[in-house]
Design a protein around this ligand. Structure first.
Ligand code: FAD
Length: 470
């Protein structure tokens, strides 16, 4: 009988342990994607980008003589209905690790089994399953460096190649039309601008990995910190929808390391940061919902999302050029350089003393590489409420950061048009990319003074921490 493969964040054919497994049985495979409440509830940019991913993945399946069946509703009744309709005796999927997905998947698994349908979950999203990495005492890791040491020489397994064919069922079940789902509906801003930068689908992701390994990884140790350069892999948007497998990235970087390429080890370390974020999320699900260090509940965060400070931060008009360039980069490209993410998060949570959840939610709406584990870990790390040894006094200075990481001004010029005689397309595109309700133009004056200065913000934050004994 056919096997239903329920795709979620694994929209690829190669380095796909679950798909390899079902393809190897020779039984017909029916690929399914369900627009359930978790998909409907996505932020505007991730939802739009997922729609693009589904379009390209459907085409890739068609090239294999297969199809992606699209259905809308709650997963369990849809899978049950499809099993009944097609005579499928099994449902397979790749595991996810956030609390909502785990709860849903556990319920789906036990109910399907109760119906006599085989339900099988596979690894694939991570290098190492979160429960397989343990401290000597048998606990989970709360600090990155020992986690890295524990896994760096472990073998995550070999990346499989794409199945040569996926056997089709005798009859295909009906499918919704992707266009009818209108995945870009909430994108109240210029999706066309972001589309110029997005790299959608498995093939493009693999090409980018190739380019990164051949031309960029060698200098990655230095270039990864320079947001004005093309110095990182930019694979996060593909990793988040599973358009490229993490094992394939790991293998390519291991080969680069064996070839003596300098930045390879650092890059492997970044891939492990992603696993670490999932390890934390799995073992402490509150990472997404509340202060990881509970003593931070007592901190008097500014929680007013509508305040003038938050608005200026979101709009990239704080008057602090590094912060503004980064916030605008996010509108224009749908992603933000890691250096930018650290600086804007530090400025919001420390200089403006706003709750990290405000920033986390905004990123969730704006990033095409939004990743639940990386985003929540990143915000809590920056705010100081998270795990890993982040002393509260690590307040990034957005002015001295410029000296170190954007000395030639390439990043600021790329995204801030005001004051430039002949601004580049990316800087002008910002005005196309912002929400339609914001009325701003390149002719506006750039704020003369920052809303909160580097020194004054730092002092106020440190004073607040000291008063409360943080
Ligand atoms: P590269 O430097 O090429 O690294 C390769 C891969 O390693 C990345 O694609 C990513 O999967 C992983 N990685 C790199 N740095 C980190 C990190 N610090 N934490 C976890 N994994 C990492 N990353 C996301 O993928 N989605 C998010 O929503 C996200 N939100 C963030 C929010 C904040 C406040 C901060 C500080 C960081 C966030 N990050 C997020 C982590 C990091 O900024 C991005 O992964 C990185 O900038 C992506 O660019 P790249 O693919 O070129 O990275």
């Amino acid at each position: 009988s056919p096997i239903l493969f329920w795709f979620r964040r694994d929209l690829r054919l190669s380095d796909h342990p679950g798909l390899s497994k079902v393809a190897s049985t020779g039984r017909p495979v029916i690929p399914v994607f369900i627009c359930d409440p978790s998909v409907d509830g996505l932020g505007a940019a991730p939802k739009w980008r997922l729609g693009e991913a589904l379009r390209v993945f459907s085409e890739a399946l068609e090239a294999k003589g297969s199809r992606l069946i699209l259905r809308r509703g709650n997963a369990l009744p849809i899978l049950r209905g499809l099993a009944e309709e097609t005579g499928a005796g099994a449902v397979h999927w790749s595991r996810l690790y956030d609390p909502d997905a785990r709860e849903r998947d556990e319920a789906v698994k036990s109910d399907l089994k109760g119906d006599g349908i085989e339900a099988v979950s596979h690894a694939g999203h991570l290098l190492f399953e979160p429960w397989t990495v343990e401290t000597k005492q048998g606990g989970y890791y709360k600090v990155y460096t020992p986690f890295w040491r524990a896994v760096k020489d472990r073998d995550p397994g070999t990346a499989s190649s794409a199945p040569s064919e996926l056997a089709a069922p005798k009859h295909w079940p009906d499918s919704d039309r992707l266009g009818d789902w209108d995945m870009g509906a909430a994108m109240d801003r210029g999706a066309a601008v972001v589309a110029k930068h997005a790299r959608v689908g498995e093939q493009k992701a693999q090409q980018r990995l190739g380019t990164f390994i051949s031309n960029i990884i060698e200098g990655y140790d230095a270039s990864r910190d320079l947001p004005g350069e093309d110095g990182t892999s930019r694979l996060s948007e593909n990793l988040t929808y599973g358009e490229i497998g993490i094992r394939a990235c790991w293998e390519a970087a291991q080969r680069a390391r064996e070839d003596g390429k300098d930045g390879a080890e650092t890059f492997l370390g970044e891939l492990v940061w992603r696993d670490f974020a999932y390890h934390l999320l799995y073992h402490t699900p509150r990472l997404v919902s509340g202060n990881w260090r509970e003593e931070w509940d007592a901190f008097p965060w500014n929680e007013d999302e509508r305040s003038a400070e938050v608005k200026a931060w979101k709009q990239g008009r704080t008057g602090m050029p590094f912060v503004d360039a980064a916030m605008r980069e996010m509108f224009v490209t749908g992603t933000m350089h890691n250096r930018g993410r650290m600086i804007v998060a530090s400025y919001l949570t420390k200089h403006l003393m706003c709750h990290w959840k405000i920033g986390m939610k905004w990123f969730e709406d704006c990033l095409i590489d939004w990743d639940i584990a990386n985003n929540s870990m990143g915000w809590q790390w920056a705010a100081g409420s998270g795990p890993d040894a982040t002393p509260y006094f690590r307040v990034f200075n957005p002015e001295t950061q410029i000296e170190k990481f954007d000395r030639d001004g390439a990043y600021r010029r790329a995204f801030i048009a005001e004051g430039q005689e002949d601004p580049p397309e990316t800087a002008l595109d910002y005005f196309e990319a912002i929400p339609r309700r914001w009325t701003m133009s390149p002719a506006d004056e750039y704020p003369e003074e920052p809303i909160v200065g580097a020194k004054e913000g730092r002092e106020a934050a440190l004073k607040a921490y000291k008063e409360r004994d943080f």
